[in-house]
Design a protein. Structure first.
Length: 120
């Protein structure tokens, strides 16, 4: 069963006249929403948008290799995926992130801040 469908059913069951059944359903729905990082608005609207944001931060494998590792660590902790893109015949990689819109914007802000702290 689709997890969103299951959570919707549990939320509907939380309106039950049986107080204990309603409380148990609501508790389970909240637990699943926290586990899968869903909000009630996302369940009703289905507004999950996957977004890709490329940063202006660049590096090469020979200089500042730590930027690759930093982008990967930050992306894993904020439910995103780091993207390392380079132009054809170029040694310079540009860092980007892919994930849900809110997660990606947080990821980019934290990554940019971390790199700025190291360089300044």
């Amino acid at each position: 069963m689709d997890i969103e469908k299951k959570i919707r059913k549990l939320l509907a069951l939380s309106e039950s006249p049986n107080e204990f059944e309603a409380q148990a359903a609501l508790l389970k729905a909240r637990q699943l929403m926290a586990e899968y990082k869903l909000t009630e608005a996302e369940l009703h609207e289905g507004n999950k948008k996957i977004k890709t944001i490329k940063t202006s931060i660049s590096c090469t494998k020979q200089t500042n290799f730590w930027i690759f590792t930093l982008s990967t660590v930050i992306s894993e902790n904020y439910c995103c995926q780091a993207v390392h893109e380079r132009a054809k015949h170029s040694k310079t990689y540009f860092i980007g992130f892919v994930g849900l819109e809110e997660d990606v914007s947080i990821c980019v802000n934290i990554f940019t801040y971390a790199v700025d702290c190291v360089f300044t």
